[in-house]
Design a binder for this molecule. Sequence first.
Ligand code: FES
Length: 135
Amino acid sequence: MQANKKISRHRFFRTLGGILMFPFFYTWIASIQRHKKIQAGNKELIYPLDLSAGVHFEDQIIIIKESGEFTILSSRCTHLGCKINKFENNQFICPCHGSAFDIEGSCVKGPAGKPLQKISHSIDSENKRLIIHLS
Ligand code: FES
């Protein structure tokens, strides 16, 4: 009888652990899928035109909306390719070696010597969409 209780308790905690882990696995799988989608040759990303003003860091790009105008930059640092994910004092800062880029992507502090790559985009006014063209 006691052995049955232990097995039952063991199963309960194993099941509970599985249930609690589900959100983590789901998020992990979703992030892999999104990454694959971009890398698998999906040439366009679509965002709503009413995206809030400011700087938005996405997987491989940075979307800047200022006075209703969009600028799209690659988030890959031109030094050694680290992902830029910080915007401070009107500059994008690379976390690896500290290169800094202005809001237009021009390099203002090395070691990177080249500007961030600009990504072409178009506006679909009819459907109120920003279309980003990945190459
Ligand atoms: S990779 Fe960005 S500064 Fe080195």
